[in-house]
Design a protein around this ligand. Structure first.
Ligand code: C2E
Ligand code: MG
Ligand code: MG
Ligand code: MG
Length: 281
């Protein structure tokens, strides 16, 4: 493929417009087949208490096992799924699968599911979530919905109304990727959420020698705290980052330092091991 030559290894012809459209149509067709052919899978990445290291929950992350291309990550297909509306049935599958899986975990463990702006525009979102909770038997407070600020770019009032309905159900709302885009502290004040997730790009900058990044993390944690909201830092890769976040009062942390996203079967095994450890203690 064009990519295998490595970036800048040699020049390619600029793809023609119809060639791009052709690739898009193929991807779209493959995605539709994938939903029917059960090629999608959820992996789960834990988020843990910064203070105790206990597992608080898992974020569901979509994976596509493409018959020819192998493992495809969401960055490669979510944007087109969004544009074509396929994210609506795909997102419903994610919600139902994630809730059903989480219902088998200890009741102290939550599940976080990412939502796209198109799902908010579909009008089906609230009934789909009610359905996923009802059919799985999962308690609403164990479900966290992760949304980025891009959800409010279209119809702010309508989205705020849906978010309010969801919180009324007892579901938690997490503002994902905070610190990217236009997010500001004043935005946090207006947005109806329960948790803010500090973006990986912030966490990347955290180290003993970078005081500014630490001050930014502190400001977000304190401001969220003053509003009665909780904070998660994503993309924690080092002990040093974890130590700084803990010192600054961040409540939960998530990242490769603890674990990569894993298949459901690994989670079940991990939780059984944790339970055994608790019983033995
Ligand atoms: P996100 O929700 O911000 O998820 C975090 C991403 O960072 C995940 O990438 C995760 O694998 C990765 N990550 C976690 N810890 C680390 C770390 O320590 N270092 C680094 N370098 N990366 C880390 P992934 O799975 O490729 O997902 C990318 C994005 O795709 C997600 O960003 C989310 O916006 C979207 N996405 C994933 N699953 C779904 C889904 O079911 N529905 C929707 N609408 N979007 C999804
Ligand atoms: Mg997320
Ligand atoms: Mg995120
Ligand atoms: Mg992110």
């Amino acid at each position: 493929s064009a990519k295998s030559g490595g970036r800048g290894a040699y020049r390619f012809f600029e793809p023609e417009f119809d060639e791009l459209m052709h690739a898009r149509r193929n991807l779209e067709r493959d995605m539709r087949d994938a939903l029917v052919g059960r090629q999608f899978e959820l992996h789960y990445q834990p988020f843990v208490s910064a203070a105790t290291g206990e597992t608080c929950g898992f974020e569901a992350l979509l994976r596509w096992h493409h018959p020819q291309r192998g493992l495809v990550l969401p960055g490669e297909f979510i944007p087109l799924a969004e544009e074509t509306g396929l994210i609506v049935p795909l997102g419903e599958w994610v919600l139902r699968t994630a809730c059903a899986e989480a219902a088998t975990w200890p009741t102290s463990v939550r599940i976080a599911v990412n939502l796209s702006p198109a799902q908010f525009r579909s009008k089906e979102l609230v009934p789909v979530i009610v359905g996923a909770l009802a059919s799985s038997g999962l308690a609403p407070h164990r479900l966290e919905l992760e949304v980025t600020e891009t959800v409010i770019m279209h119809d702010c009032e309508a989205v705020f109304a849906v978010l309010a309905q969801l919180r009324e159900l007892g579901v938690q709302i997490a503002l994902d990727d905070f610190g990217t885009g236009y997010s500001s502290l004043s935005f946090l004040q207006r947005f109806p959420f329960d948790k803010v997730k500090i973006d990986r790009s912030f966490v990347d900058e955290l180290s003993g020698v970078r005081a500014e990044a630490r001050h930014l993390a502190r400001a977000v944690v304190r401001f969220a705290g003053s509003l009665g909201k909780t904070t998660t830092a994503e993309g924690v890769e080092t002990k040093e980052q974890l130590d700084i976040l803990r010192e600054e009062g961040c409540i939960e942390t998530q990242g490769y330092y603890f674990s990569r996203p894993m298949p459901a079967s690994d989670i079940a095994r991990m939780l059984r091991r944790d339970e055994a450890a608790v019983r033995a203690a």
